[in-house]
Structures are given as C-alpha cells and as structure tokens.
Design a binder for this molecule. Sequence first.
Ligand code: HEC
Ligand code: HEC
Ligand code: HEC
Ligand code: HEC
Ligand code: HEC
Length: 303
Amino acid sequence: MKRIISLFFFSILFYSCDTLLKVFQEEDLLERPPAKRCADCHKNIYEQWTNSRHSLSWMSESYKKATENYRKTKCFSCHIPYEIKIEEKPKWREKHKEDGINCVSCHFREKTKSMHGPYHVFSPPHPSTEDKNYKTSKICSGCHQETYKQWIASKSNKQCQECHMPAKKGSLIQKFPFEYLHFPKDIHNHAFPTGIAKDNDFILNVEKNTKSIKVHIKNTGIPHNLPTADNGKPKLYLTVIFYKDNKEVYKDFEMFFPKKALPFNKDYVVEFLSPAHFNGIKIILERKLSWKKKREKILEKKF
Ligand code: HEC
Ligand code: HEC
Ligand code: HEC
Ligand code: HEC
Ligand code: HEC
C-alpha cells in the first residue's frame, strides 16, 4: 500500500513538472538506434520482434542468395527501410542493416522527430505521436504492395493487424519506474505470426463426370490471395487421391503460386482425369511458406 501511495505522488510530481521531464528524455532514442536499444524499456515487444520475419529480412539466407550477396540495391528498400511510407516503397538505410525492418523504421518519423504509434501516451524518455494509420492495413501497404491491393479488392473490414498482430493486454514497458506509472494496454504481437488457414476458410466440393472430376474450391476466409506475395515464393498444393475399396489407385495434384493463386471469395475449378474404377476420393490442401522447407497441412476431406 505504501508503495502504491508513494508511486502515486511520484507520478503526479513526475507528470506535472516539465523540467523533470527533460531529465528523463534520452536523446539517442531520436537518432535511429538499433532495436536492442528499445529493449531497455520495451523488452517484451523486442523479444516478439526477434521472432518475426521482419527481424530477418536482411539476414535471411534466401534473401542473401536472391540479391546475389547483397549486390542488388534495388532490393534494399523494403528489407532495410529508413522510414516506412503509405502505398509507396520506403528509402533504404545505411546503418544497422543486420536489424532488417527494425523498430525505428516503422515508428520514428523525421517530420515530427517522435515515435508514431496507435496510442495517445505520455512517454518521458522520447516524444510520441498518436497516429491512427497504425491501426489499419495502410501501414503495411508500402511494402506488402501486392497483398494490400488484393486486400482492398476483397472489401474486407478486417485489418492486417487483426490476424497478423493479435492483441493481448499487458505493459508496454518492463523498466522501473515506467512499468508502474502506465496502465496496461493492448500489445499487438510483434512476432507478426503468419498463421495458417483452417478448413472453414474454404468451401470445397467435387463434381464427378464420366472420365474426370472437377474440384471446386473457394477461399472465403482469408481476404487476400492464397498464396500471396510481393517477392517470396510461397506455394499451395491441392492433392487428389482416388481409392478403390480403400486402396489408393491414382493420385494427382495442382500447384498454386502467387501468379496463379486462389483469390478471395471466387470459385476456382480444377479438373483432374479420373481412373476407370474408384469408389472414394480424398482431397488434401497443403501450403509451403517461402522461408520453410516443409509443407504443412491445411485441410483433408473425403468424398
Ligand atoms: C518495410 C517494409 C514492410 C512493412 C512496413 C511491413 N512488412 Fe511485413 N514483411 C516485409 C518483408 C521484407 C518480409 C519478409 C521478410 C523475410 O522473410 O525475409 C515481411 C514478412 C511478413 C510476414 C511473414 C510472411 C511469411 O512469409 O510468413 C507477415 C505475416 C507480415 N510481413 C505482415 C505484415 C503486416 C501485418 C504489416 C503491417 C502492420 C507489415 N508486415 C509491414 C516487409 C514489410
Ligand atoms: C527509457 C524507456 C524507453 C525507451 C528506451 C524507449 N521507450 Fe518507447 N515508450 C516509453 C514509455 C514510457 C512509453 C509510454 C508507455 C505507455 O503509455 O504505456 C513509450 C511508448 C512508445 C510507443 C507508443 C507510442 C504511441 O503513440 O502509441 C512507441 C511506438 C515506442 N515507445 C517506440 C519506441 C522505440 C522505437 C524505441 C527505441 C528507439 C523506444 N520506444 C525506446 C519508454 C521508452
Ligand atoms: C513492420 C512494422 C513494425 C515494426 C518493425 C515494429 N512495430 Fe511496433 N507497431 C507496429 C504497428 C502497426 C503497431 C500498432 C498495431 C495496432 O494498433 O493495431 C505497433 C505498436 C507498437 C507499440 C504500442 C503497443 C502495441 O503493441 O500496440 C509499441 C510500444 C511498439 N509498437 C514498439 C515497437 C518496438 C520497440 C519495436 C522493435 C522491437 C517495434 N515496435 C517494431 C509496427 C511495427
Ligand atoms: C482474416 C485474417 C487475415 C487478414 C485480415 C490478413 N491475413 Fe494475411 N494471412 C492470413 C492467414 C491465415 C495466412 C496463412 C495462409 C496459409 O498459408 O494457410 C496469411 C498469410 C499471409 C502472408 C504469407 C504468404 C502466404 O500466402 O502464406 C502474408 C505476407 C500476409 N498474409 C500478409 C497480409 C497483409 C499485408 C494483410 C493486410 C493487407 C493481411 N495479410 C491480411 C490471414 C489474414
Ligand atoms: C516493395 C517492397 C519490396 C521490395 C522492393 C523487395 N521486396 Fe522482398 N519481400 C517484400 C515482402 C513484403 C516480402 C514478404 C513476403 C512476400 O509477400 O513475398 C518479401 C519477401 C522476400 C523473400 C522471401 C523471404 C525470405 O527471406 O526468403 C525474398 C527471397 C525476397 N523478398 C527477395 C527480394 C529481392 C531479391 C528483391 C529485389 C529484386 C526484393 N526482395 C525487393 C517486399 C519487397
């Protein structure tokens, strides 16, 4: 109780005194430090970010190879951005390249010399600016340009963050005294999980003809193409297995990639030749992310 009362008075003093505030300002935060520096206070968010693909966008082996050992500078902008923009690719930076897409590239703005974010906060160590764009897909649009266009076309009202930055209540800060002076808020997962589609994200039907079958598949759950990419090479595999008395008699598959993908809410039809005799069909949908070696199963259904 004593501690709470003293913290209460301390916070009133702290928040009302301008000169005291200046004492808490840490100037180097405004000079685009590496992500590790932000971890001095935002420890939990930093740890999530180290588990994101964004933190690997420069160090990733496949990126290194695709850019011919960092020779292609035209590939730098979205992978080591200086300051992100809306619907326009960013400029690239020289410093702390190994960080990839780091905290300041998404949060610090030259124009206001402050950290832009979703909240109206009081943050003595650095100035902050409330910026509603952080709550919408627009903030992702400068780099995920193709996916953003598909999302606009889907007319979805679900923002990218709802699925790729799911929120959980907590403190933005893990440092004394700030962690006690601020109310818990929604922390949006900075690991930017890709997630995986579920059975009920699709409507799947089979139409049997004399010599072939037609598989109708419709992506009704994910408001962008499946797979979707700007530069990566993710894939989706639709496998059909024909059975005769529970024995596999014939198998075929169709592959999807960013240029030939399942759009949102449109029926897609694939025709497969069928064997002369069969009395069962199994359909399997799998995906392979750009940065993973293995396929993962999305759904399996018998007809
Ligand atoms: C500065 C450009 C940039 C911005 C802004 C950006 N991203 Fe990314 N994102 C990338 C790059 C580059 C990668 C790939 C990194 C890698 O795997 O090497 C990526 C990867 C991802 C992945 C993982 C994809 C996979 O293959 O598994 C997700 C999910 C993602 N971003 C979501 C988002 C969301 C949501 C936003 C907006 C809140 C966002 N990104 C903003 C550039 C950006
Ligand atoms: C010495 C502690 C400290 C350090 C270091 C620090 N911050 Fe903060 N930051 C704060 C405090 C305090 C808040 C307000 C927290 C609250 O209201 O819950 C805050 C809030 C924020 C917000 C939310 C702004 C908004 O309007 O929604 C962002 C974004 C942010 N910091 C980014 C950064 C980045 C990027 C770095 C590294 C360059 C950094 N911070 C380093 C203390 C710090
Ligand atoms: C790819 C861009 C991107 C990167 C990189 C990034 N952030 Fe964020 N950050 C966001 C977005 C977008 C939001 C707002 C999410 C929302 O409100 O839906 C956010 C929100 C925040 C907030 C407010 C609390 C919350 O989770 O909503 C803080 C604090 C913050 N970020 C700090 C950091 C720090 C520290 C790092 C580096 C370790 C970092 N961010 C890296 C995009 C980014
Ligand atoms: C309704 C939830 C939802 C929304 C909204 C959403 N996504 Fe996704 N996204 C997913 C799921 C689920 C996957 C994984 C699909 C799979 O492979 O099974 C995914 C995959 C991805 C991938 C990895 C490539 C791939 O095809 O697997 C990227 C990149 C991506 N999303 C970016 C975005 C961006 C950018 C936005 C906003 C413009 C966005 N997403 C909006 C759910 C969503
Ligand atoms: C307009 C922004 C942008 C530019 C420019 C860009 N990328 Fe990317 N890159 C992305 C995004 C966003 C992703 C995340 C996955 C996806 O959507 O493809 C990505 C993912 C990747 C991946 C897959 C992830 C990984 O680590 O394996 C590779 C490889 C890649 N980019 C290589 C390149 C190369 C090579 C160039 C130059 C020819 C380039 N990128 C230029 C935005 C960009």
